[in-house]
Structure formats: structure tokens, C-alpha cells
Design a protein around this ligand. Structure first.
Ligand code: TXA
Ligand code: MG
Length: 327
């Protein structure tokens, strides 16, 4: 039997225990306002290698490095004017900034997949803030799930995927946003959206003007981050998009309260059609509907724009053809 992973409520004592584990090279899962992250000290190459092993993550997929705020990020990368503007407006928050890496920062090359750039994020969630401040080192933290699977928005989700593979889980209940941070490339003067997320394109463009797009992606101007496979965020069952009906051997994930009779089981992301509520529910409901014996999860159409862009991105990847059978 796999050894158990301890799950603890957040107290000053468990925060300092968790920081001690990180500083000794261990792996700690902790809540952010987007999803639970799996942390390792970003300057500790051995710890970062263990993190990739625990997740089963391809070494070509770089990690986001977490800091309490702009001050702690100053020496990690070469800051640009658009990055300054975005950090001033949205940090701490659900925004990751890709910048040129400062080689003198000592970030382990494993964490950046040997790129000359680094993704930086200052999460707002108080537990994450307390842990990062106590640890006092930059912390690399991907979502705390097995690679390719559905992201975790509760401590129990972390244990389901990584129990026995990591040292500790800090439990602060469900995540407030529920979908990952927006990733923006701000290495140069023209920022580009790499992954839609908790901060909307509309909010970014209100500050910066129209975001640069790259039509070669054919993906609505959204560039793919390196190592990000098209199949991702996937439950074990196949996912069928834009469903307006469901068969008797399908689960149905609805939006906006429209009833679809006949499904084996159904849930609604937001009966009132609220995208914030839908984002909070997305990953927990995909997990709940991922039941043996069913043929697929049929998902209702989700509106485009605002948080709908991030929801649509995660659902398209959950529905994408899978390169290999997953354990
Ligand atoms: O909300 C979040 O961002 C969560 C919480 C824990 O902070 N973290 C998260 O990490 O979603 P992960 O590893 O699941 O996703 C990181 C994304 C990947 O798509 C990766 O390719 C991209 O960020 N990324 C990381 N470093 C990058 C870089 N230097 N250039 C471009 N993309 C990068
Ligand atoms: Mg992830």
C-alpha cells in the first residue's frame, strides 16, 4: 500500500511546518485562489526533479515560479514596462507573467525546462501568501494533479491524484476562482496571451490595448505554451462538447439551467448562467461525473468572452484526442 500523505488544516504551526518541508527539499501542496499547487523550492534542482516525478510531468513543460509579490520577483527576471503595468494592476492575483530569466537568480534549469524565460506569479490566497513569505524562497508550483488530468480545487482532489507521492497538503477548502491563472508573455513590448485564465482578456486589454495575436496558431490568437499538450485537464471518460442532448449512458454537464432529459447523471456548472460560478465548479464537477461504466461526459455550450474563454480552453483540451492511454 502507498504511504499516506498528511492533510492538515491551515494554522501558523502548519504553515511553518510546510515551509520547513519545502526548505528541506520536500513537496507541499497548497491552495491558491485558482487551483491547488504542488510546491518545491525553485532553486533546488533535486526538489524540482522530484516534483516532475510525482506529477509524471514531461520535462519539456516549464513550471510557474511563485513569489509573494513584485519585490520578491525583482531579481528573478528582466522586467519590461508591460510587465510592470500588469503586476501593478493584477498582483497578487490570477496572472502569470513570462519574462526573460535572470540567470543569476539561481532558478533550477529543470523548473524552466531550460528556456531563457520564466513564468512568475504572486498568488493572492492568504495561505499561499503566508507559505511563500515563511519559506522565503521562490516556489515552483504546477497544479497539484497527475500530468494531463483534471486540476484540483479541493484538498481531497490533491490526495486522489498524488496521495503517497508528496509530503503534505495544506487544506484551506475550495478555491475561490477555480480555474488556473492567465499566462501572458511580456518578454517584449507587445504582450501575448499564452493561456486564458482567471484574469480575462478584456481586463488585460482595458489596461494594455489589444493583445498581440499569432494567427499561425489557428487557436483564436492564443499561443500554446511550450510543453502544453493539446490533451490536458482530461477526465478518464471521453468529453463531448457543445452537447444539446445526452444519451442514457452519458453524464451531462450543463450550463445555465437548461434541462437535458435522459442522461445517466447530470450536473449544472451554473443554473443562473454565471461564469464565475461555472469556473468554481468546473473541475470538481468533471471529477464527479467521471464514473466507470459510462460512455462519455457531454458538456453544454459555454458562452465565449470573459471567463468563458478559459472554461472553453480547458474543455477543448479535456475533449482533445489523447495521445496515449492514461493510467
Ligand atoms: O493558476 C495557476 O497558474 C496554477 C497555480 C498553482 O499557480 N499553476 C499552474 O501551473 O496552472 P501548471 O504547471 O499546471 O501550468 C503552467 C503553464 C503551462 O501551460 C506552462 O507551459 C506555462 O505555464 N509556462 C510556464 N513557464 C513558461 C514559460 N517560460 N513560457 C511560456 N509558458 C510557460
Ligand atoms: Mg496544470
Amino acid at each position: 500500500m502507498e504511504p499516506l500523505t498528511r492533510v492538515v488544516r491551515v494554522t501558523p504551526e502548519t504553515i511553518s511546518e510546510a515551509a520547513g518541508i519545502l526548505n528541506a527539499g520536500g513537496l507541499v501542496a497548497f491552495p491558491t485562489e485558482t487551483v491547488y499547487g504542488l510546491g518545491a523550492v525553485a532553486t533546488d534542482a533535486t526538489a524540482v526533479q522530484r516534483l516532475f516525478g510525482a506529477k509524471g510531468r514531461p520535462s519539456s513543460n516549464p513550471l510557474i515560479v511563485h513569489v509573494p509579490g513584485r519585490a520578491e520577483a525583482a531579481d528573478l527576471a528582466f522586467w519590461t514596462p508591460p510587465a510592470e503595468a500588469l503586476a501593478a494592476a493584477f498582483w497578487p492575483g490570477a496572472l502569470s507573467l513570462v519574462l526573460r530569466l535572470n540567470p543569476a537568480a539561481g532558478i533550477a534549469s529543470e523548473a524552466t525546462a531550460s528556456l531563457d524565460t520564466v513564468a512568475l506569479r504572486a498568488p493572492a490566497e492568504p495561505t499561499a501568501q503566508a507559505l511563500l513569505a515563511t519559506c522565503a524562497r521562490p516556489v515552483a508550483a504546477p497544479s497539484a494533479n497527475r500530468s494531463g488530468g483534471v486540476s484540483p480545487t479541493r484538498a481531497g482532489h490533491v490526495v486522489d491524484g498524488l496521495g503517497g507521492r508528496i509530503d503534505l497538503v495544506l487544506d484551506a477548502g475550495p478555491c475561490r476562482i477555480g480555474i488556473e491563472s492567465t499566462v501572458v508573455d511580456v518578454t517584449g513590448p507587445a504582450p501575448r496571451l499564452l493561456r486564458p485564465g482567471g484574469v480575462t482578456r478584456e481586463a488585460l486589454e482595458a489596461l494594455l490595448g489589444t493583445l498581440g495575436t499569432d494567427d499561425s496558431t489557428g487557436d483564436g490568437g492564443v499561443l500554446r505554451s511550450p510543453g502544453q499538450l493539446s490533451s490536458h485537464y482530461a477526465p478518464l471518460l471521453p468529453v463531448r462538447l457543445d452537447a444539446t442532448s445526452a444519451a442514457a449512458d452519458e453524464a451531462f454537464l450543463g450550463f445555465g439551467g437548461r434541462d437535458v432529459p435522459g442522461a445517466a447523471v447530470s450536473l449544472d456548472l451554473s443554473p443562473s448562467g454565471d461564469l464565475d460560478e461555472a469556473a468554481r465548479n468546473l473541475f470538481a464537477m468533471l471529477r464527479e461525473l467521471d464514473r466507470p461504466g459510462l460512455r462519455a461526459i457531454a458538456v453544454a455550450p459555454i458562452p465565449v468572452g470573459g471567463l468563458g474563454d478559459a472554461l472553453g480552453d480547458r474543455l477543448r483540451r479535456a475533449a482533445a484526442a489523447r495521445p496515449v492511454a492514461r493510467a
